[in-house]
Design a protein around this ligand. Structure first.
Ligand code: HPA
Length: 266
């Protein structure tokens, strides 16, 4: 950890970020526009490389709306074969660099039938169905406790700020529960029916490991899903990664303006 943190501090002229943002599939443009320092993951000690198309794979540091922000342009996923500990290592690095608030974003399939592609959904809570947990293993008490409480991950004050910003910008914002599967296969119609019955509104393959680790080490989390598709249904419509990336691209302008507005108000 010391290695990683010292390397980043050196490369960024001791930039001291206060807010972290993890940019999901197709949502990375913010880090192209605002970039004071950028470090590719494959240069950073102890980081794993991102292998998914649509994900750039670099840390970007920038002053945005008067805030010092550290962005992950692209994230690592469990389905790439990395361990839960590997994919959440950057969140611990963020903690060590002093981050207090983390905005997690992702592309997700709609389970709630009132959602449509390009909708933005505030995550109010999550269901971890990935079959693992990033806190498995020896616990480092300097980050958090062995059995951390998870009853209040997605902070109400952050949700209220996001809603107010969306309202000011006249951007529609829905809210709901994010269900995480490991992937990489998309869900079957039967699985989507199950998720709906069990309370999921949107489904994806990320975010939950990072949210668990952030909450464990005392970082406040705001989660925003970009709904990219109707999750698999009995209509038999076929779903592709291309469709997911294209739908995220359609939402990226409003997504970006919402994030910029939220940064102003934080
Ligand atoms: N399922 C799982 N993950 C996803 C989906 C989906 O329908 N869309 C985008 N990420």
């Amino acid at each position: 950890m010391k290695n990683t943190v010292n390397f980043i501090k050196e490369k960024t002229n001791d930039f001291q970020p206060e807010i972290g943002i993890i940019l999901g599939s197709g949502l990375g443009e913010l880090a192209d526009e605002y970039c004071d320092y950028a470090i590719p993951y494959n240069e950073i000690p102890n980081f794993v490389k991102s292998t998914v198309q649509g994900h750039k794979g670099r840390l970007v540091f920038a002053d945005i709306s008067g805030k010092k922000v550290m962005m992950m342009q692209g994230r690592n996923h469990f389905y790439e074969g990395h361990t839960m500990q590997e994919i959440t290592y950057p969140v611990k690095v963020m903690k060590a660099l002093g981050i207090k608030t983390l905005i997690l974003t992702n592309a997700a399939g709609a389970v709630n039938e009132s959602f449509k592609p390009a909708d933005l959904m505030i995550i109010t809570d999550h269901i971890n169905f990935m079959g693992s947990n990033p806190l498995i293993g020896i616990n480092d008490e300097t980050f958090g406790e062995r059995f951390p409480d998870m009853s209040n991950i997605y902070k109400k004050n952050l949700i209220d700020i996001a809603k107010k910003c969306a309202n000011d910008l006249k951007v529609d914002l829905t809210e709901g529960i994010y269900w995480a599967n490991s992937g990489p296969s998309y869900e079957t119609p039967a699985e989507i029916n199950m998720i709906r019955k069990l309370g999921g509104d949107a489904v994806g393959m990320s975010t939950v490991p990072e949210a668990i680790v952030a909450n464990y080490c005392g970082i406040d989390v705001l989660g925003i899903s970009c709904i990219t598709n109707a999750a698999s249904s009995s209509t038999g419509a076929k779903l592709s990664h291309k469709e997911v990336i294209e739908a995220a691209a359609n939402a990226k302008t409003k997504f970006k303006s919402l994030i910029l507005e939220i940064l102003k108000k934080l």
